[in-house]
Design a protein around this ligand. Structure first.
Ligand SMILES: Nc1ncnc2c1ncn2[C@@H]1O[C@H](COP(=O)(O)OP(=O)(O)OP(=O)(O)O)[C@@H](O)[C@H]1O
Ligand SMILES: [Mg+2]
Ligand SMILES: [Zn+2]
Length: 445
């Protein structure tokens, strides 16, 4: 009997299916994301009888360390057997470096590792390995761009890296590597392999200009873990962040430093974002922000400069500009601190991107300090969210933050008076305030 094949079109963004092709997805409105999907209507005749398992009897998957503590932290405790992990990042950020280091660590310990590269020649990878002083051991290298053929030689590998999904192709579907249908097919092949052999497979993914992993959003749904590797071009620091993790929290971040010898975990992350200079410059305030479960001291710098123009500038790096504008409005309406005649520039030291709302209080006071040109005490750290009414609200895990600040030598902490039970932190004088106005009164003395 001839195979009856049904052609349909699936959107790579939202996964909706339509029977005719169009340039724009009828469901989510994305352009150019529909790709052809052929469903082979050949019914399987032999299948195993289904056997539901008792929950209590299901065995847990095996976990093993990656050799890099910061990576383990983001993974939730190491690689999980049978899982598929996607690591995305901009060109040159260090994806191949990271994975080569992991492969070398595992290979040296005797694990059979296969590194499949569709982008680079064996000589290129070997050159990098030499620079990283990576030892081979049981690490094998395969430079090939057909995923099916590549996985066919991976039979006894216990750890597989595919660099990258966009560079490999599957003969089952047409099109160039990197197209939506190809990326999806390659991902599916890797998932099948991982589940069948109970081996972790790590996929490298490219990233689009908008910061999304190139290819179908569906790919992110298909895999177990999605990690994003990022960093500033000008800085040697790299941040690894979980976007999705079926085996752990996505709150954790991993911090690395890139050098000629590869990536090394950052031992004392707080020192990254805090220059530690005892300065008497106005416009500088210290906050303690949470990155995942880890507190970091963040130095917020503001500069206010008089301008003759009616529309003053507000520029911010490391914090959303809208946050700065909002706090300037709160300062004006609730505290009588005007900024309309000044350009305002804000910067977070070290290239940290702060999303934690607890940065409001240090940011607001750095703004005040800059506008009034009065320096703040350098031994004071601040934690708190600021509301539209000018009230200072408590932040999660303030204790943890203050303890970190204390470790770095801060001896005063400005927090919300609604913060409960602040008595336990030793060596740090806690100053509790209700409102931003009150906080200004305390620090501007
Ligand atoms: N000799 C060197 N000294 C210091 N750093 C280097 C050196 N060579 C390369 N690097 C760093 O390694 C980075 C490239 O790393 P890698 O090839 O792992 O990136 P990638 O994310 O895999 O890139 P791509 O997307 O192009 O595959 C460079 O951007 C640079 O930061
Ligand atoms: Mg690479
Ligand atoms: Zn869609």
């Amino acid at each position: 009997m001839a195979k009856a094949s049904l052609v349909r079109y699936r959107c790579g963004e939202c996964g909706s299916v339509s029977l005719s092709w169009s340039g724009k997805c009828p469901s989510c409105g994305s352009w150019g994301t529909l790709y052809e999907e052929r469903e082979e209507k050949e019914k399987k005749t032999s299948f195993k009888p289904l056997a539901p398992a008792a929950l209590d009897e299901v065995t847990f998957p095996e976990r093993f360390p990656s050799g890099l503590s910061e990576l383990d932290r983001v993974l939730g405790g190491g690689w999980v057997a049978g899982s598929v992990v996607l690591i995305g990042g901009e060109p040159g950020i260090g994806k191949s470096t990271l994975l080569l280091q992991v492969c070398s660590f595992l290979g040296e310990k005797g694990t059979d590792v296969l590194y499949i590269s569709g982008e680079e020649s064996a000589a290129q990878v070997a050159l990098r390995a030499k620079r990283l002083e990576a030892r081979g051991g049981n690490l094998r290298l395969l430079c090939h761009d057909d995923i099916d053929e590549a996985l066919s030689v991976a039979a006894d590998a216990r750890f597989v890296v595919v660099d990258s999904v966009q560079a490999l192709r599957s003969a089952d579907v047409g099109g160039w590597p990197g197209t939506i249908s190809q990326v999806r097919a390659v991902t599916q092949r890797c998932i099948d392999f991982a589940k069948e052999k109970n081996v972790p497979v790590v996929l490298v993914g490219h990233i689009t200009k908008e910061g999304q992993i190139a290819g179908p959003k569906l790919m992110e749904h298909m895999v177990d873990v999605v990690l994003l590797f990022s960093g500033e071009r000008t800085s040697s620091y790299r941040v690894l962040r979980g976007v999705k993790n079926r085996y752990g929290s996505t709150d954790e971040v991993g911090l690395f430093e890139m050098s000629e010898r590869g990536l090394s975990p950052v031992v004392d992350p707080s020192s990254l974002y805090w220059s530690g200079v005892e300065s008497s410059v106005s416009g500088v305030a210290m906050g303690v922000v949470l990155e995942g479960s880890r507190p970091l001291v963040a130095e917020i710098q503001c500069l206010a400069c008089p301008t003759p123009f009616p529309y003053p500038k507000r520029t911010a790096r490391g914090i959303e500009t809208s946050r700065v504008q909002l706090l300037l409005a709160v300062l004006e309406r609730r505290c009588g601190c005007f900024s309309r005649t000044h350009d305002v520039y804000v910067n977070v030291v070290g290239g940290l991107q702060v999303r934690d709302p607890a940065v409001d209080l240090p940011l607001a006071l750095a703004l005040v300090s800059a506008l009034k040109d009065v320096p703040l005490r350098p031994d004071l750290c601040m934690v708190g969210e600021v509301g539209l009414a000018g009230e200072v609200r408590p932040a999660p895990r303030t204790h943890l933050r203050i303890r970190e600040a204390s470790r770095l030598g801060f001896c005063r902490a400005l927090v919300s008076s609604a913060e409960r039970d602040m008595s336990r932190v030793e060596g740090v004088e806690i100053i509790a305030v209700k409102s931003l106005r009150e906080a200004m009164g305390v620090v501007m003395r």
